[in-house]
Structure formats: structure tokens, C-alpha cells
Design a protein around this ligand. Structure first.
Ligand SMILES: Cc1cc2nc3c(=O)[nH]c(=O)nc-3n(C[C@H](O)[C@H](O)[C@H](O)COP(=O)(O)OP(=O)(O)OC[C@H]3O[C@@H](n4cnc5c(N)ncnc54)[C@H](O)[C@@H]3O)c2cc1C
Length: 479
């Protein structure tokens, strides 16, 4: 057993842990990072990057097929092995040497193994060879251990060797028939990808499709999935699943119907990676999501931070927002706050202040990379209504914008903005349509900067771009 001391110890080298470590080292502190699998985390190898690589070629092909001249040049089909090879490259062939080199160059000390909190400020790292190293933190321990796929307790499911998002993202072959349980982002994105590869896809979703986004956006996705041959079995769920000796999976559903498939993908949410962290040693419950206060300090069931103010949690594991970019936002601010506290400098944690996590509440952007793309930031109409805000909802047909009509024949899309009608600022924005992802940041800026509508009127969108929808929305509002 060896012992070492660092200013900050981070458990989990996913995108969030890496960013906390980088930030504290840039602030002049020493940092150790502990990783039990691959440096880069879920996002790099089994989530954001590989799944978007699976979707990109089919999206480009769809775009071409909506232009008469260009579509005439496309005479073949999607080369699936080329798509999978490109995906493999984006997942760095599931090797993390490049990221290990980066940690080294950034001055962050890596410990490979399972991180376990033994006592306050003390982390044991259990290596693959059973060797234990004990690390002590002068200022902070940050838990950034992320989340994993949650497997629901459906009878027979666990024995049927289901795919989770990991197997879908890293699939080496395309199943002829794919059943997907769940109707959220992972389910719709993977349905879009695998149906484009030729799988016969069925989605079974008891809460409907994409229930968290504006209804118009989920309806456009449902329409496109059906048009692409995906069967949607909504408002029902599997009750019993078996995989036969021939490998075929039989799913029995609550509505009395059944379904046969070659693989079944479970996309029913996430669970926190906290079971083996030693949480019981600091008064917390293993397996729970970590509740944090406004400074991302881990709090106990009583609501008080863990004594001594040394334990923080960032990224998926604190369940604030399960998205890489938002976890990295938390990481940057948390890293800077730890440095400021260590140096005794002022913390500015007022709303939108340097050390406040305000955007986590009011301005979370997300793109769902299906067909069509959905880009959304801030509150939906339902969120704003729940918050009792005095809102006005403004909508516009995206296909009626000159830039969209030019972008693709038969362009179909829609945009909606939620305006706080007392403060005259935008608090929510959703757009769905082909290639709308890059429209999102303008909305994120408008919301985070609380740009008054009277000033937004002077932000003139270039003609003829899809961004002219901003002008149309403002005109519809009454400008
Ligand atoms: C299929 C899919 C697609 C997604 N696509 C997107 C997308 O396009 N855009 C987006 O913004 N988000 C996307 N997400 C969400 C994104 O992957 C997560 O929000 C992000 O990975 C969270 O980062 P993290 O660092 O908190 O956790 P993770 O990426 O989960 O990293 C945590 C790390 O901690 C390690 N670890 C866990 N426990 C221990 C321990 N005890 N000791 C040592 N190490 C430990 C793990 O091995 C892992 O490397 C997607 C998620 C899924 C499932």
C-alpha cells in the first residue's frame, strides 16, 4: 500500500472529471484522477461520439435525396461497413492512449483502478492487480463517476442478453430485427440509425415518444420514424421476454400482442455509478444519485453538506442534467470554485455569476440527432407553465422560411419560442427540422444573456438562411 497527497482528487475520468482536473491544475493546484475503465468515459466510447457517428452518414444521404440534382448523383446505398469503420475511429477503437497522453501533458496524475472513499478526504484506488494506493485530498474530492444504463425488472429481460446503449453504440453487425424498449433520446436516435442500416425496428414506449420535448417536435420524429418503416407500439410495455435457443427474442406486451426480434435494446434511463464508491463511509447510501447543493457539495439526507465541505459531485452522477456539455459546464465552474476557495478569493455565486451554475436551471441546450433534428434550450411550454411564468408562445412554420425551402425540397419543420411576457425575454426555444442543430446556439445566447426582444429585433438574420425564422418569430410576436 502506498500513500500520496494531492490538492484535489477526482474519481472518474469521463468528460466531467477530466475538465474539473484540468481547471484546478490551471488554477495552480495539484490533481489526481482515478479511472476504472477508459479515460474519456461513456461519452467518448459508448455515447455521444459513436452514436452521432452512426447517425451522420444517413443524415447526409437524406439531405442529398431532397435535392433533385444531387440525388441524381447518388446511385448506391449506404456503405454500412464504412459507417461502422468511421464510428470505430471516433471511438478511438476503444483505446484511451491519446487521452492518457493528454492527462500527462496537462499535469494531471492518473491512477488506474476502482476509486473508493475510505474516510473523509481519503480515496483508496484498488488496481486490477489488487494493489491499493491511498490518496489524501488537501482541499476536495470530486465524484464524477457518471451513470450506466438502467435495466428495468421485466421478467426474463436480464437473461435475454439485452443490448444497452453500449452494445448499440459499439455494434459490429446490424441485426435484421431490433426491438427497442423506451421512447426517449437513446431509443429514437438508435431507431433512426438502425432503420437507416436496414434493420426492421420496433419501438415499445409506454410513455410515448420523447415525452420531455414540445409535442410538435416528437410528432415530427414519430412521423419520420413511421415513414422510415419503424413500428411504434406506444402506451404499452413488455411484460415477459425470452431468448430462445436459436437466439430469437420473444417479447410479450401488456396489450396482449407479442413481437419477435434478433436483438432487444433497453433504453429506459440511467442509474448512478455509486454502488462501489464507499459512500457508506461518509454517511451516504451506495447506489443513490448524489444530491448536491448550489455549490455542488454533496448533501446528506438531512439536507446538510457532508461535514467539512470537501466532497463534491459533478456531471451525470448528481442528476442535474445528464448531458456532456452541461456536465463540462459544471466542471469548469466547480474547478474554478475549488481554486478560489483554496486561495481564499471571493466566490461570486449570485445568479449568472462566475461561480454559479445558473444555466443548469434556466438554459440547458440539447440536440436530439434523429430525423428530423430537434434543438431545444430553456423551458418548454409545460416547464414554464409549471413555474407559473407569464408566458406567450410564438410558433412558426420553418418550411415557410426562404432559407429552409432552398436548403431542401419539401423541407418540413417548426419553431416555437416561449416568451416571458412581463420581462420581454425568451425563456424557451425549440426547433425541429432537417439540419437545425446549428441554429441552437443563437437561442442559447438569447436566453442566457436575457436579451430583451426589443434588442433582438436588431439582430438581423442573413438572407436566405434558415435563421430568418428568428425574424418571423419576432414579427409574429408583434414587432
Ligand atoms: C447513447 C448515449 C448517447 C449520448 N449522447 C449524448 C450527446 O450527443 N451529447 C451529450 O451532451 N450527451 C450525450 N449523452 C450523455 C453523456 O454521455 C453523459 O452526460 C456524459 O458521458 C456524462 O459525463 P460524466 O463524466 O459525468 O460521466 P461518464 O462519461 O459516465 O464518465 C464517468 C467515468 O467514471 C468512471 N468511474 C465510475 N465509477 C468509478 C469508480 N468507482 N472508480 C473509478 N472510476 C469510476 C467510469 O468508468 C467513467 O469513465 C449520451 C448518453 C448516452 C447513453
Amino acid at each position: 500500500m502506498t500513500a500520496q497527497t494531492f490538492d484535489v482528487i477526482i474519481i472518474g475520468a469521463g468528460p466531467v472529471g477530466e475538465n474539473v482536473a484540468d481547471r484546478v491544475v490551471q488554477g495552480g493546484l495539484t490533481a489526481a484522477i482515478v479511472e476504472r475503465e477508459l479515460i474519456g468515459g461513456e461519452c467518448s466510447y459508448w455515447a455521444c461520439m459513436p452514436t452521432k457517428a452512426l447517425l451522420r452518414d444517413a443524415a447526409a444521404l437524406r439531405a442529398v435525396r431532397h435535392l433533385p440534382g444531387a440525388s441524381a448523383a447518388v446511385t448506391g446505398e449506404l456503405d454500412i461497413s464504412a459507417v461502422l469503420r468511421r464510428r470505430d475511429a471516433f471511438a478511438s477503437h476503444w483505446k484511451d492512449d491519446g487521452q492518457a497522453e493528454w492527462l500527462d501533458s496537462a499535469g494531471i496524475t492518473l491512477f488506474r483502478g476502482e476509486g473508493h472513499i475510505g474516510s473523509p478526504r481519503s480515496v483508496e484506488v484498488v488496481g486490477a492487480d489488487g494493489n491499493i494506493q491511498v490518496l489524501t485530498a488537501r482541499h476536495a474530492v470530486v465524484i464524477a463517476t457518471g451513470s450506466s444504463a438502467r435495466i428495468p425488472g421485466i421478467e426474463g429481460l436480464a437473461d435475454a442478453a439485452p443490448w444497452t446503449s453500449r452494445e448499440a453504440a459499439s455494434a459490429a453487425t446490424v441485426p435484421d430485427r431490433l426491438a427497442i424498449i423506451g421512447g426517449g433520446v437513446v431509443a429514437t436516435e438508435m431507431a433512426t440509425a438502425f432503420s437507416a442500416f436496414g434493420s426492421t425496428v420496433t419501438i415499445i414506449a409506454r410513455n410515448g415518444l420523447l415525452p420531455a420535448v414540445e409535442p410538435f417536435a416528437s410528432e415530427l420524429v414519430a412521423k419520420a420514424l413511421r415513414a422510415g418503416g419503424v413500428e411504434l407500439r406506444l402506451d404499452t410495455e413488455p411484460t415477459h421476454i425470452t431468448r430462445g435457443e436459436d437466439g430469437e427474442v420473444l417479447l410479450q406486451l401488456a396489450d396482449g400482442t407479442s413481437l419477435r426480434a434478433d436483438e432487444v435494446l433497453v433504453a429506459t434511463g440511467r442509474k448512478p455509478n455509486t454502488t462501489t464508491l464507499g459512500l457508506e463511509n461518509v454517511g451516504l447510501t451506495p447506489g443513490d444519485w448524489l444530491t448536491v447543493d448550489d455549490a455542488l457539495r454533496v448533501v446528506q439526507h438531512s439536507g446538510a453538506p457532508v461535514e467539512g465541505e470537501w466532497l463534491y459531485a459533478a456531471g451525470d452522477v448528481n442528476r442535474r442534467v445528464l448531458l456532456t456539455h452541461q456536465g463540462k459546464y459544471q466542471a469548469r465552474i466547480l474547478g474554478d470554485s475549488i481554486v478560489a476557495r483554496a486561495n481564499g478569493t471571493r466566490i461570486d455565486d449570485t445568479a449568472w455569476g462566475r461561480h454559479a451554475f445558473t444555466a443548469d436551471i434556466h438554459a440547458v441546450p440539447q440536440v436530439i440527432f434523429g430525423d428530423p433534428e430537434i434543438a431545444t434550450v430553456g423551458y418548454t411550454v409545460a416547464d414554464a407553465t409549471r413555474r407559473g411564468l407569464p408566458i406567450r408562445v410564438i410558433e412558426y412554420d420553418l418550411g415557410a422560411v426562404a432559407g429552409a425551402a432552398l436548403h431542401a425540397d419539401g423541407y418540413e419543420g417548426h419553431a416555437l419560442m416561449v416568451v416571458d411576457d412581463e420581462r420581454k425575454v425568451i425563456v424557451g426555444f425549440t426547433v425541429a427540422g432537417p439540419d437545425v442543430a446549428e441554429l441552437l446556439h443563437a437561442a442559447t445566447i438569447a436566453i442566457a444573456a436575457e436579451v430583451p426582444l426589443d434588442r433582438l429585433w436588431h439582430a438581423v438574420p442573413a438572407y436566405p438562411t434558415v435563421s430568418e425564422v428568428w425574424l418571423r418569430l419576432l414579427e409574429t410576436y408583434g414587432h
